[in-house]
Structure formats: C-alpha cells, structure tokens
Design a protein around this ligand. Sequence first.
Ligand SMILES: [Fe+2]
Length: 237
Amino acid sequence: MRLAGELAAQGFVRPAPGAIDWLPAAASDPEWQDFAQSWNRLGLDRYMADGGRYRRRRHAALAMTPDAIVRKPHQPHYQSRDYNRLNGDVQRWFDPIEDAIVDSAMMRRLLRGATDCFERAGEGDAPRLWHVELHQFRIEANAHEPGRPTPEGMHRDGVDWVLVMLIDRVNADQGVTEIRIAGRPQIDRFTLAAPGDAVLLDDHRVLHGVTPIRPIDPDRPAYRDVFVATWKEEGGG
Ligand SMILES: [Fe+2]
C-alpha cells in the first residue's frame, strides 16, 4: 500500500483527496453532513492553562483489535508534561463523543483503514491491541483574539500514530500545519484546507503544530473544526 510506504519513509503522509477508499469523501458522502454537524455540539474546554476559552471539544477512548472496535468507559484524557508543557499532568475530563458518531459506519471505516495503514507502516506483524483516543475539536477566533489550535507549540502527542482530518473551516485564515522530523531543522508547512483533508503522522518521529487562526472577515466569528485520533499500542512503551 503506497500510503503506508510513504508514511514509513517520511514519518508523515498527506493522502491525496479522494484517493483513499477509507477516508471520507466529504463533498459527496451522504454520511458526511451528520458527521460534520456533530461539531456544532461541542462543550467548552475548561482546562486551558493559558486561560483561553477558544477551544471546544469532545473525547472518546476505544480498544481496537483485528476483529473488534470496543468503546471504553468514559475516561479522562491524560498527557504528561513531557508531551504537553501547557496542559500536561492533569486528568482532563471532556464530554463524551456522541454514540452515533463513534458508532457510525464512516467512523468505523476510517478507524479500520487508518489502523491498517499504521500497522503496515510499522514494524512487526503480530496482531495488535490498540488504545485509540478520538477527539473532536473546534477552535474559535474573533477580531480581538486569535484561536490557537496547539497552544502548547510544536509537540508530540505521546502515542504511536496520529490522524488529523479537517472537518471544516469557516471564515478562518491561517491555521497552517507545521511538521518537523525529529533531529532535522527544516519544517514542512501545509494547510488542511478542504473538508476531509488529512495527515497521518508517526508520533515517534515527528513533531507537529498548527499556527493560530484569525478571522478573514473580522466582523464575523471564525472557527476551524478538526478530528484527531491517536493510536497507542496497549502494553507498549
Ligand atoms: Fe497534537
């Protein structure tokens, strides 16, 4: 599979829109509207150590095996300060992602396809047990306050693999994704511009961040919605 090969070679890969059968085709898939509209129902993230009130989110944790995807009891999201100097070392509770979204055919196809890609890109071929966390994010901005998608700066998530997919941008300028391969000075920059645009990351090898968003029209609200999923091998380091 070419996608997995590129991911293994480069540490990250951006699938061409419409080229991957398990990635939602946002423009034409009838399931997309229901999926994307759930981003209108996110609660405020009250844990922002910078005092910001510009991030909304929901969260879910799953166990994935070759045969099953099982939702885990709702649990806090935890990152150590090694990975998140701003909001690390805190058990952060967010509203659960709606069952209909976690259980949707689109989500299942996406998780299975991404898992397959990550397993091919990784080493070894033993059946894997993955701890998968799903995050819905909305970053809001207005003329007075930019919205910072990654207030912690360039970072790792502290997992094995990461999928980031744009759901929508409304009146939102900038929000440029930046990727740096560990040990190299240069930064790759690109913008997830259209609904469904995605990037897959090897979290061991690359750092990622996203620049602040600002309103295009300063008189109207601006936001950027993304879906982030992380994979960590259960029992892995
Ligand atoms: Fe991240």
